[in-house]
Design a protein around this ligand. Structure first.
Ligand code: SF4
Length: 228
């Protein structure tokens, strides 16, 4: 594996929809901003900022995650890049022809997505990977702006219940009518499709709550909807 690029060389990493991104010093969530500074003090050469979207600005498929992982996106500056969850997600995207190039756990590995884009419900690293309801709500306008800037999206895959809830709320749906479940499929109020998946975390895969085959089934279903 190559040495990680210094932050100065990666500061142009703004993702496919730069006008919809949070400022790098966003402080709307005081707890997360404080935690960001704590981590920055310990690891000054990490990304240490809200993580931008990654992928194709003309994507038909949007994958919504929870929040950056400490040693993954918060370190590298690209969603799901550098930790176990990314290994499974990017291997699955490659298998379904949704990426080109080789994923190498680095934001500058040259890998690109095709017809897919990845976003997080919360753009900053939360302690213990657990954002509060207030933090999820605070970051929702950025998710709204991002999806407004991605008008070709027709199918969403929500990785985990928080991503599911955030998207349903953003779309104006009533939570009671949209129950989260792996492979659950929903028609959102605007007619677009949401497919739920268990999050591709190391915990979920180690416990077999989510197997690679179960994860691939979600993407196969999304592909069949988009091809119809
Ligand atoms: S999580 Fe979102 S709203 Fe909160 S500080 Fe980060 S970018 Fe700002």
């Amino acid at each position: 594996m190559k040495t990680e690029s210094p932050i100065s060389q990666r500061s142009t990493l703004l993702g496919p929809i730069p006008d919809a991104e949070a400022p790098k010093d966003c402080a709307l969530c005081p707890r997360l901003a404080e935690f960001r500074e704590e981590v920055r003090a310990e690891f000054p050469d990490w990304w240490n900022a809200p993580v931008p979207a990654f992928g194709d600005p003309d994507a038909s498929l949007a994958i919504i995650g929870l929040a950056p992982g400490k040693h993954g996106a918060h370190r590298t500056g690209r969603p799901f890049t550098g930790d176990y969850a990314g290994d499974l997600l990017y291997a699955t995207l490659a298998k379904f022809g949704l990426s080109q190039g080789t994923y190498d756990s680095r934001a500058d590995d040259g890998m690109e997505l095709r017809n897919a884009v990845i976003l997080n419900a919360v753009k900053c690293l939360p302690p213990q990977n657990k954002p509060t309801p207030a933090e999820i709500k605070s970051c929702q306008p950025f998710l709204t702006d991002a999806l407004d800037a991605l008008p070709q999206v027709r199918v969403f895959i929500a990785l985990g219940s928080i991503a599911h809830q955030s998207l349903v709320r953003m779309m104006g749906g009533k939570q009671a009518a949209y129950k989260f479940g792996h492979m659950a499929e929903h028609v959102l109020p605007d007619g677009r499709i949401l497919i739920d998946s268990y999050h591709c975390s190391r915990y979920n895969t180690n416990t077999k709550r989510l197997t690679p085959e179960m994860f691939e089934a979600v993407f196969a279903r999304a592909g069949s909807i988009l091809a119809a």
